[in-house]
Design a protein around this ligand. Structure first.
Ligand code: C5P
Length: 404
């Protein structure tokens, strides 16, 4: 399993003889599925060329802060936001000092100041420099700020000394980077999620729809992405921003949603149906606006049943792990259990919509998650928290299935 699939890592390279190992590090990170961008200080470029790191990372190498062309391609703030981790390897004594004191006098220090993601340093320097009280004080400051320290190792050094200060090997650093993402429970999995309402056209200007906000589906997309999955969100019309690194396909009607779900569910591991799909659609939807025709005060619309999207996906071979949602007003667990077998689901998330404190537009939810021979209650919490718990339960069930 690729431990860094879907992760974006900025490898910062500073000036030191160990810079040659950064090339190997980039390969090892990519082997684990990471998307890597290298940032080099001026001193680093005395030891290894940007061209080498560009070829290995498959991305342009970032070297300067004050370069209008480079900033136009990807500005330093954008780059800081891009990363899930900044790993500085090798981290020289000078760089550690500048980081400790909050300097922003080159691209790499500025990125570290602007970053909201974790930062790790892999120190590499002569053993006497390593042991110096100034360096140790700087490292203590970094530790206080939550910056991770990988190594150094002990052994013979390029300068002929023996002692602490060698940079760790590339494979060790790649493993330690992967360990920083403990929630890799869906790494390498593909997840498709339907979300929001559907709109069923009555004529070109009118439609039938519902109040679904899409919040639960979007929260699940984020939670699955954070768990390492590759996520596609098929969304009806909603007012929500697309989560970073989630592929979004916009649809309008139930029939569009079904087509998108069928297209996307091929080779999908997990299908989660949170959408509030309209059960019926007008049988005819004329091209022209319907006019009032008589004075009877009555208008009749003939509705036909829409396809059941989640049940259709659950009939596919091979079938993804299929999760449905059930909004009920009474006898919630019983109705949800019936729905598991009727729709051939692997799991269902049931919520009691008769409760006033949760519902379509709320930011919170309380649910019972059921599977064929078990269930778990998730008490009132934010939709983001509930989404993380649902993802954890899906991952558990999926691994259980794979094992037996
Ligand atoms: O039957 P009911 O509408 O209560 O089932 C709800 C579940 O089925 C949800 O997961 C919903 O997304 C899914 N569904 C669907 N297509 C429909 C109706 C419901 O995928 N036409």
């Amino acid at each position: 399993m690729l431990r860094l699939a879907n992760r974006r890592i900025i490898v910062g390279v500073t000036g030191g003889i160990a810079a040659y190992k950064s090339a190997e590090l980039i390969r090892r990170l990519k082997d684990q599925g990471a998307d890597v961008r290298a940032v080099m200080t001026a001193a680093a470029q005395e030891f290894i060329t940007p061209l080498t790191l560009q070829a290995l990372s498959g991305n342009p190498v970032h070297t300067t802060l004050l370069d209008t062309e480079a900033e136009a391609a990807m500005g330093h703030i954008e780059l800081a936001r891009w990363g899930d981790l900044i790993l500085i390897a090798p981290a020289s004594a000078d760089f550690i000092a500048r980081l400790a004191h909050g300097h922003g006098n080159d691209l790499l220090t500025t990125l570290c100041l602007a970053a909201r993601c974790p930062i790790a340093v892999a120190p590499a320097m002569n053993q006497a420099m390593w042991a110096s009280s100034a360096n140790q004080a700087n490292l203590a400051q970094l530790k206080d700020r939550g910056i991770h320290q990988f190594g150094p190792a002990e052994g013979s050094q390029a300068c002929g000394d023996v002692g602490l200060g060698r940079m760790l090997e590339a494979t060790q650093l790649a493993d330690m980077a992967a360990d920083l993402f403990p929630s890799n429970i869906l790494t390498g999995r593909r997840v498709v999620i339907t979300a929001g309402p559907t709109r069923e056209a009555i004529d070109p200007v009118r439609f039938i729809s519902n109040h679904s906000s899409g919040k639960m589906g979007f929260a699940l997309a984020e939670a699955a992405r954070d768990a390492g999955a590759q996520v596609t969100l098929i969304s009806g019309p909603v007012h929500l921003a697309t989560p970073e690194r989630v592929r979004r396909i916009d649809v309008i009607s139930a029939q569009d949603m079904l087509q998108a779900a069928l297209d996307q569910s091929i080779q999908t591991d997990i299908f989660i149906a949170t959408a509030a799909v309209a059960d019926f659609r007008p049988q005819n939807s004329p091209d022209q606006k319907i006019k009032k025709q008589d004075n009877s005060g009555v208008m009749t619309l003939t509705l036909v049943e829409n396809p059941d999207i989640v049940a259709t996906i659950a009939r596919q071979q091979p079938k993804p792990f299929t999760v449905g949602f059930a909004a009920e007003t009474r006898d919630v667990v019983n109705y949800a259990r019936q729905k598991i077998s009727r729709k051939n689901l692997d799991m269902i998330v049931a919520n009691d919509v008769s409760r006033g404190d949760i519902g379509f537009n709320s930011d919170e939810n309380a649910v019972t998650v059921l599977w064929p021979n078990g269930e778990q209650v998730l008490d009132l919490a934010s939709k983001h928290q509930i989404a993380r718990s649902i993802v954890a339960l899906i991952a558990q069930r999926l691994t259980g299935q794979a094992g037996g």
